[in-house]
Design a protein around this ligand. Structure first.
Ligand code: JB2
Length: 206
């Protein structure tokens, strides 16, 4: 089976591309992006083919990794892929540790040195970024982003499209709503509502 295509050709896609090449060393990657100047651009030396029109014309039904960092843009792309008959594909970097009892949703990405422990659930299109950890029984919604080095303790729940900033910590069992933003380095010790924006230790509204 050929490796999945990567949709996105920015900084995040570079990291995803290197994971793909670690997982599929012989791959000739298919890279996509919607930017007008995308066709002909190169990412780490690999050519970008085109955007959605190219994908529809040349790879109908393909497996595709949504590789845009922004949660809303990635959510919109994921929905488009689903609606147009593509198969969002998950990618786990070979250096990541993912429990066999964890579930990694379609189109999710687990980055180098990240850890996903027992019975955790990673939602469709979510990112567990570099060296982040998601502990046992945690549940991440659709297109969540857990930033580099962030720590989610056991049983934490994170709603759709929420961003947990780099280096943040969330203590066990905390529930965070959808569309929230947790600032870098924050320590979250209480539940957060949908749309909350917090920072600091302990994390407070900003
Ligand atoms: O709304 C969009 C959109 N916005 C940007 N829809 C679609 N279909 N594509 C979009 N893009 C594309 O994503 C741009 O054409 C560009 O190729 C790419 C964004 O690249 P950039 O390097 O600006 O960001 P990124 O998403 O790859 O990386 C961000 O998120 C990562 C998680 C950066 O903040 C990184 O530093 C971070 N590690």
């Amino acid at each position: 089976m050929p490796p999945p295509a990567i949709f996105g050709a920015g900084g995040h896609a570079k990291v995803v591309l290197e994971s793909l090449l670690r997982a599929y060393p012989e791959a000739e990657p298919v890279l996509l992006d919607d930017a007008a100047d995308a066709p002909g651009r190169r990412l780490l030396g690999h050519a970008v083919s085109g955007g959605r029109d190219w994908l529809l014309a040349h790879r109908p039904g393909a497996r595709v990794i949504p590789a845009i960092g922004d949660n809303r843009a990635r959510a919109e792309l994921l929905a488009w892929l689903e609606e147009n008959g593509f198969m969002p594909a998950a990618l786990v970097d070979p250096t990541a540790v993912v429990s066999p009892s964890a579930r990694v949703g379609a189109g999710a990405y687990v980055a180098p040195n990240a850890t996903v422990n027992a019975e955790a659930e990673i939602g469709a299109g979510a990112i567990v970024n570099t060296a982040a950890s998601v502990d046992h029984d945690a549940v991440l919604g659709r297109t969540v982003h857990i930033g580099p080095g962030a720590r989610l303790c056991g049983g934490v729940v994170v709603g759709a499209r929420t961003l947990i900033g780099t280096g943040a910590c969330v203590i066990p069992g905390v529930r965070i709503g959808a569309d929230a933003v947790v600032g870098a380095g924050s320590v979250v010790v209480r539940d957060l509502a949908d749309g909350a924006r917090v920072a600091g230790n302990p994390a407070r509204p900003i």
